[in-house]
Design a binder for this molecule. Structure first.
Ligand SMILES: NC(=O)c1ccc[n+]([C@@H]2O[C@H](COP(=O)([O-])OP(=O)(O)OC[C@H]3O[C@@H](n4cnc5c(N)ncnc54)[C@H](O)[C@@H]3O)[C@@H](O)[C@H]2O)c1
Length: 462
């Protein structure tokens, strides 16, 4: 297809007369594959996980677009497999959405992308177009393309098209389960579904950029902007996430300062929000997790440092955000000390293992360093996460009902809906001492007061 004229390509794309493969059909890849298949393209999903492949083919993946998935698996527009030869049969466009986590040195781990290069290279043919979506350090897409070139006799630009389109997926909150094994998906209304989130694309040349724009424009209704290069698109993704990391770090720092003046940081942020321009609210919390915000900041820090640039601001942002679990521990210790108790040998109930509200994802969750810190102080921790519990958590979790007995304090780290209607009257009779440290400005203070709890919240005055 790459060798056809743009008009010919346009006709084929509009007619959905192109077979597509999406590699890595996880959190990012599956919604993309689903939307392309729903549009009418024949889509193969290639994944290394047989379990994931089975879940997709049986349409049992629990996510926002499960109904769409049922339709597109039923009409055979989407078919997942672990076999690259099958997956790439007759395919002309390949999207790559595999994970790009950090390694131990906080640098981008390229292992999954390299694995993709090796697995698909034997089946690549002249005229194909590869579009990468995985979040990466600047220059990674080109680096992988060179690996592919070294494994094939093909050259990007001459024989194959190449583009990068950073994903902007907003993981879907899920309501508390209504059956034993199922989540009920929150309706997010009309906002920020995959088709409503605008995108940017950059290609190795104008033709690649244009083709990528054409594909996304088939299901994105809010605009697909062409950029000057692949690197510009990679850097755009980094800016988006670093912007959030830095701004969250700012309000996290203010959340430590303002309460000392008797001020509630949430009141101040909401007040600043009334300014109609040049302010965008961010809110403090018990920590920043997920393989998105923290990871992208580290990618750029390590790249800049390789170039001899000292990235003061980004490093401080990371360190402020990483300090929030410690801040929770020091608030807890303060409150225990006030009633003559020591942190050591206490028992605390931690609410939330997931890094984000109602999302069954624990990657880089601040709860892990929190547990580590508390365990190092000989604190007995009980961890409760009804959202993660439902997907067979490898971490030992305690059901809500058994979580509070003999505890000295509750630490709310993730503001899952399931924690909204806790019966504090009953819980107050089960706990040793009644302390609540609220890491997400979540609980109703008055309700806790009523049952004799001492309540402290990040960013709020004592
Ligand atoms: N989840 C998010 O909200 C989010 C946000 C921003 C950026 N991202 C980025 O999107 C990319 C994908 O992340 P994700 O959250 O979808 O990950 P994920 O773990 O949810 O899904 C990745 C899928 O890829 C599969 N996979 C792994 N290695 C593979 C390989 N070598 N070949 C084929 N399949 C392979 C896995 O089995 C899994 O099904 C990453 O670069 C991530 O940083 C994700």
């Amino acid at each position: 297809m790459y060798f056809q004229t743009i008009d010919e390509i346009k006709k084929r794309v509009v007619d959905c007369n192109v077979k597509i493969c999406v590699i890595g059909v996880g959190t990012i890849g599956l919604p993309l594959a689903t939307f392309l298949a729903k549009k009418g393209f024949k889509v193969n999903g290639l994944d290394i996980s047989q379990r994931r492949v089975d879940q997709i083919n049986n349409a049992t993946v629990i996510y926002e677009y499960q109904d769409m998935l049922r339709d597109v698996t039923k009409n055979k527009n989407l078919l997942a497999t672990t076999d690259p030869e099958n997956a790439l049969n007759d395919v002309e466009v390949i999207f790559v959405c595999v994970p790009t986590p950090l390694n131990k040195n906080n640098e981008m781990d390229i292992v999954n992308l390299n694995d993709v290069a090796k697995r698909i290279s034997p089946f690549l043919k002249k005229g194909m177009i590869l579009i990468f979506e995985s979040s990466v350090a600047i220059g990674t897409t080109k680096q992988i393309s060179e690996t592919i070139e070294s494994l094939t006799n093909l050259k990007f630009g001459d024989d194959l098209g190449l583009a990068y389109c950073p994903e902007r997926y907003n993981p879907t909150p899920m309501k508390k389960q209504t059956q034993d094994t199922e989540f009920n998906i929150h309706s997010r209304g009309e906002n920020f579904t995959v088709d409503k989130i605008s995108r940017v694309v950059g290609g190795i040349n104008e033709k690649s950029t244009e083709i990528a724009q054409l594909f996304y424009s088939q299901f994105i209704t809010t605009g697909v902007t062409k950029l000057s290069s692949i690197e510009a698109a990679e850097a755009t993704k980094l800016l988006e996430n670093i912007f959030r990391d830095v701004n969250i770090a700012l309000v996290n720092e203010l959340a430590k300062i303002f309460p000392k003046f008797g001020l509630d940081v949430f009141e101040i942020i909401n007040a600043a929000k009334t300014k109609p321009f040049a302010f965008m609210p961010h809110f403090p919390g018990a920590g920043v997790g997920g393989e998105c915000i923290p990871v992208d900041t580290w990618y750029l820090i390590s790249q800049a440092e390789e170039l001899g640039i000292d990235t003061k601001l980004m490093k401080v942002a990371r360190s402020v955000n990483d300090s929030m679990p410690d801040h929770v521990v020091s608030m807890l210790e303060d409150e225990l000390n006030k009633i003559g108790k020591k942190l050591e040998s206490s028992q605390v109930t931690i609410l939330g293992l997931c890094y984000k509200k109602n999302i069954p994802d624990v990657r880089l969750s601040p709860t892990f360093p929190l547990i580590e810190k508390l365990t190092s102080k000989n604190v007995n921790t009980i961890v409760c996460d009804p959202v993660y519990e439902k997907i067979n958590s490898p971490v030992k979790l305690t059901p809500i009902i058994d979580s509070f007995k003999k505890s000295d304090a509750i630490l709310l780290i993730t503001d899952h809906d399931d924690f909204q209607n806790l019966n504090f009257e009953k819980i107050s009779t089960e706990m040793n001492t009644k302390i609540v440290i609220d890491g997400r400005n979540f609980f109703n203070h008055d309700n806790l007061d009523k049952f004799g709890f001492t309540y402290r919240a990040i960013g709020k005055p004592e």
